[in-house]
Ligand binder design. Structure first.
Ligand code: IPD
Ligand code: CA
Ligand code: CA
Ligand code: CA
Length: 263
């Protein structure tokens, strides 16, 4: 398998999909809801996922695709070559703000991450990695993350953190927010992961993410030394939803040990 060839192909279809999504703002978008009134999906999410599947099947009919919108096959194991795709990560931003949404793609072979992509569609910014070869932000290599203290860290959180919840010790989260230098909330998990791997954020935590939110990002994380696990500190599972933390290696364990207390 020629990973360089697959990488060139992946970049080509990502740029092409980005162009199609930007063009979609000039015609009507159909917005529907899924599991609840705030869980949005549009015709463009679905069309983009179909576009990727069609291109990948033309490239190699043996490659399988797991996509958020369910247009690919039902994937129960990661055997062989599998693409894990979120056609638009941050659909609410896409609908409401027309910015701050990502295409997120991971390419796995027998469960091992080989190629990872996070593409900021409106900025036309690509974060990507080839496993074992390094990671890039457009044409510039991404460096290994430099150590820092928790007091210097800026962390990505989301609004659910301000609501006392059943699963975490809320007092500890308040203590974490008080300790760090700042918090941010961008509304796209893939964007927050891209920011951690490029040092624009130092950690990002979520109580529930799906494989397609993180599949591309964890491959990039590996190349820059960012640590991505679930909130129990275990490797992420790419077949189910799970909790998630990605962080600079100097604060990952500290956050888990001192501030994340699951009930
Ligand atoms: C969502 C975004 C959001 C995160 C949600 C995800 P979607 O993805 O990444 O930031 O908090 O958990 O489901 O639905 O916009 O692809
Ligand atoms: Ca969604
Ligand atoms: Ca997503
Ligand atoms: Ca999505």
């Amino acid at each position: 398998m020629d990973l360089y060839q697959i990488n060139e192909f992946a970049k080509e279809i990502i740029f092409e999909a980005g162009k199609r999504i930007r063009h979609s703002f000039s015609y009507d978008m159909v917005v529907e809801t899924k599991s609840d009134p705030n869980d949005l999906v549009t015709n463009i999410d679905r069309e983009t996922e179909s576009f990727f599947i069609e291109k990948i099947k033309q490239f190699d009919a043996n490659h399988r695709v797991l996509g958020e919108e369910g247009m690919g096959e039902k994937i129960e194991s990661l055997e062989g070559p599998v693409w894990i795709i979120d056609p638009i990560d941050g659909t609410m931003n896409f609908v409401k703000q027309h910015r701050h949404f990502m295409i997120s793609i991971g390419f796995y072979v027998d469960g091992i991450g080989r190629l990872g992509y996070i593409f900021d569609v409106m900025r036309e910014d690509l974060f990507y990695a080839i496993a074992g070869e390094g990671a890039w932000y457009n044409n510039s290599p991404l460096r290994k993350l430099k150590p820092l203290t928790l007091e210097e860290a800026v962390i990505g959180i989301n609004a659910s953190w301000v609501i006392p919840n059943r699963k975490l010790n809320h007092e500890k989260i308040i203590e974490l927010v008080r300790t760090v230098r700042g918090t941010r909330s961008y509304g796209s998990a893939a964007m927050e992961i891209a920011f951690v791997v490029s040092g624009k954020l130092d950690a990002y935590i979520s109580m529930r993410l799906s494989p397609w939110d993180i599949a591309g990002g964890v491959i990039i994380a590996n190349e820059v030394g960012a640590i991505a696990t679930n909130l129990n500190g275990n490797d992420v599972n790419l077949l189910t939803n799970d909790t998630f933390i990605i962080a600079n290696p100097s604060i990952h364990q500290l956050i888990l040990n001192s501030y994340i207390e699951q009930k």
